[in-house]
Design a protein around this ligand. Structure first.
Ligand code: CMP
Length: 486
């Protein structure tokens, strides 16, 4: 393709050069005979001089035009050779049009000045141009826009705020830059249209540039019902978007809540693109991935609807359930093993489900506590304060319990409990436990043992000393005293 293009241009170049050279040769060879015919034939000396002068001028101007023509052809060829072919060889791309045009214009002016001097040595071209106000006004008016574009183009080239291949947004247009010439910028829009923006108007607008070699980001918006968990939504969307084509693996997408909207929770996902020019396709793919991920995870988009709650039993926070779904969970907690089925069912009924976001504090050290908790789903960290910084002593998983120390001894909470991920816990109050204590001495003993063990571990960890002694008997006595058990 490029080869035939060069070949065609070369043939045109050779033919036009030959033609112009031929014309020049004709002019030079026939000049004396024409002069003899037109000028020397005139008898009247005055007429003879006048005819000589105009004859001279006609020939000089014809020669200047023809020479100029020849040089224009040569300069164009040189231009193609240096800035097209040469640049491609050395740098791998052709020089920008603005550079090529500036080179040509300067060369034309120089050649014209030299030719003019050669044929009219007595006339000062500079003075003619400088003193000719009319010439200046004409040039100024005629070239007002062109010169404006040229200078704006020169400053664009000098600043290089964007390059061919970058995506830019100028006014209402956005697209990929195809060329930057001395007249304007050509962009290809995402509808595959060409838009030409003159340099001078681009110079007046603010231009948003998304460079090709930069990791540009996009935002895509979506929403969910209020009943869908944010932590789960964020995790699922992040993973789904990450794997989409053209989403850069270099930066993990960010998913966050933008607003608690009228019909649901509004989110945005921010992701970075390998090729920004394809952002329309990638946005669409990201939305598609979110839809499928929601389908799999049972998360729902929020329609702009009014939600009419006619359900009696609503899933949610701080809500007393009939508890049947918690029975299995409580049965799996070792300290509740001695309880009868009836007692476990009652305990489940008296438990309250609470949900915590990742990083939320469930229990704060030093607070008073009148309930204990069982981890139903998720995990929590037990943290103590180490010189102002939280230090994790241990992590409690599903089926583990916490908060028993303050509940059964009446002392302040001994540690912070923080949700390590989205976590659901079952909260059991003082009354529900007290009731069990009367009939289950084994339970009191098992609990006292755990408390003593944990106390010893806390002591050892907080003082960085050897494991402290597990003092179960003392704890048991204290618990019994606290609950008024003999
Ligand atoms: P409480 O003191 O009421 O509140 C903080 C809770 O952290 C505490 O009850 C225990 O349930 C729990 N806890 C404290 N130390 C440990 C430990 N070493 N291992 C497990 N859990 C602990």
């Amino acid at each position: 393709m490029a080869g035939t293009h060069y070949k065609k241009n070369l043939i045109i170049f050779l033919i036009t050069t030959a033609l112009v050279a031929l014309l020049l040769w004709l002019v030079y060879s026939f000049e004396p005979s024409l002069r003899a015919y037109f000028v020397d034939g005139v008898r009247d000396p005055q007429m003879h001089d006048a005819a000589g002068a105009s004859y001279d001028n006609v020939f000089k101007i014809t020669k200047i035009v023809l020479w100029m023509f020849l040089f224009i052809i040569v300069i164009r060829a040189l231009n193609a050779l240096i800035f097209g072919f040469g640049f491609r060889l050395r740098k791998g791309y052709e020089a920008p049009n603005l550079v090529r045009n500036t080179f040509s214009i300067i060369a034309y002016i120089i050649i014209f000045a030299v030719l003019f001097k050669r044929f009219y040595p007595a006339t000062d071209l500079g003075a003619v141009l400088a003193t000719s106000t009319i010439f200046g006004v004409i040039i100024g008016l005629a070239l007002q826009d062109t010169l404006g574009n040229l200078f704006a183009g020169i400053s664009l080239q000098a600043d290089k705020p964007f390059l061919v291949g970058d995506v830019i947004v100028v006014g209402q247009f956005s697209g990929v830059v195809e060329s930057i010439t001395w007249r304007g910028i050509k962009i290809r829009t995402f509808q595959n249209h060409i838009v030409l923006i003159s340099n001078s108007s681009a110079g007046k607008e603010s231009i948003e540039v998304c460079p090709r070699d930069n990791l540009n980001a996009r935002l895509v918006f979506f929403n969910t019902l209020y009943t869908d968990s944010p932590a789960k939504t964020i995790h699922i969307v992040r993973e789904a978007v990450r794997e989409a084509d053209n989403v850069s693996p270099k930066i993990r997408p960010i998913v966050r809540i933008r607003n608690l909207g009228d019909s649901g929770v509004d989110y945005e996902v921010k992701y970075w693109l390998d090729d920004y020019a394809k952002y329309n396709d990638t946005d669409a793919l990201v939305r598609q991935r979110i839809w499928y991920a929601f389908r799999r995870a049972g998360i729902n988009f929020a329609f702009p609807t009014r939600t009419l709650q006619i359900e009696r039993k609503v899933r949610g926070d701080a809500m007393r359930a009939d508890g049947s779904e918690f029975i299995d969970r409580l049965n799996a907690v070792d300290i509740f093993a001695p309880l009868s089925a009836e007692e476990t069912a009652r305990l489940a009924k008296n438990s309250v489900r609470r949900v915590f976001a990742p990083g939320e504090t469930v229990i704060r050290a030093g607070d008073e506590g009148s309930s204990m908790f069982v981890v139903h789903e998720g995990k929590v960290k037990v943290q103590i304060n180490d010189n102002g910084k939280p230090r994790t002593v241990t992590v409690l998983n599903e089926g583990d319990f916490f908060g028993e120390m303050a509940l059964f001894t009446g002392e302040p909470r001994t540690a912070n409990i923080v949700a390590a991920e989205e976590t659901e816990v079952l909260e059991i109050g003082f009354q529900a436990m007290k009731h069990l204590f009367d009939t289950n001495p084994d339970l009191v003993e098992a609990l006292s043992h755990t408390i003593a063990e944990r106390r010893a571990e806390l002591k050892a960890k907080s003082e960085d000393s050897a494991p402290a002694e597990i003092e179960s008997a003392g704890v048991l006595a204290a618990v019994k005293r606290f609950f008024g058990i003999s």
